[in-house]
Design a binder for this molecule. Sequence first.
Ligand code: PMP
Ligand code: GLU
Length: 397
Amino acid sequence: MKLAARAGRITPSPTLAMAATAKAMAARGIDVADFSSGEPDFDTPEPVKAAAEAAIRAGFTKYTPSSGIDELRQAIIDKLHAEQGLRYEKSQVLVSCGAKHSLYNLAEALLEAGDELIIPVPYWVSYADQTLLNDATPIFLPTREENGYAIDSHELERLITPRTKAIILNSPCNPTGATYDRTTLERLAELALRRDLLLISDEIYEKVLYDGARHTSIASLGPEVAARTVVINGVSKAYAMTGWRIGYAAGPKDLLIAMANIQSQSTSNPCSISQKAAVVALRDGDAFTKTMVAEFDRRRRVIVERLNAMPGVRCRMPSGAFYAFPNVSGLLGRQSSSGTIATPTDLATYLLQGFQVAVVPGEPFGSTQHIRLSYATSMETIVRGMDRLDAAFKQLT
Ligand code: PMP
Ligand code: GLU
């Protein structure tokens, strides 16, 4: 069968693929230390589950309006106003089946052949593939680990062409854990206004911040910036609700209406029960998030300290999200019993096969020097996993 060319341009999500491999090994009784999953290990808060149960009992099990129920869209509008001072009408807010789906609707509504989307490197795996799926070209903006992966607005400007549609920002960032400071956001906003760019701001990790930091959405820098920003967010990470599949987008009306039309012809509404649950998460979930993030903070310190104590490894302290992204270039070129470890993918394979440690290699995030470890897993797994990593690295010659 001859498939559409776009299907051949992409691979399955490598993060989901590694998580599935680790889970399958665990199901076979293998004791895996799993650092692959980009999802909180916490259970969804009880009041959120209760709202879902009540929705089922009340028969709230039918189609809803395709763009989401009014109650949830209003909760999103209220949240964005209370936390960032942003003002949206209902038609500017679209609820989808996870932030990944929000991003996909956006890519479909925005991009076509010849268009370019600027993506700072390292980046979350799906940005580039969703761009390719919509016949457009990802343009990668390198950043430097030594500078905390900051975006240099001059370097960014050099990449802008008449075909550039947008730049995607992800603060806090998956995989680096880096956040953008206000000055950087102001420079980017100024550039977007001057060069007529759309800003896509993926804020899914906004509540997973450490050391008392507070999130600033670039859209909050002024009405003219909000008018050219699409905010992407969801309940997956902040409220431990990855399986419920609720994400949302808020932004310019014409774009959001186009995205809503695409959704109404493709998936229809996101799950009715999950929408009811998400209302409670958004309205009452922040105490839960604080407790969870305090625990992530404890784990963050342990994992980063352990990684930095390993010869050949250096790891920055992430300021947000729940990923350690150690630089392992000091280990590349060494020998294992099964051959040379030339790349992060070789290293990840060596760790999984020889030591039952699941990590995601850097390549699908745009790095040939790093691996990603999620510390949204128990302290016991972290300690056990770091002992194994230590042993694995010491065996390389
Ligand atoms: N953006 C980033 C940066 C992510 O890490 C994720 C997690 N998969 C998503 C978007 C999508 O999250 P979800 O679809 O679960 O809302
Ligand atoms: N965001 C998570 C991760 O990066 C989930 C996996 C995915 O959606 O690709 O691991």
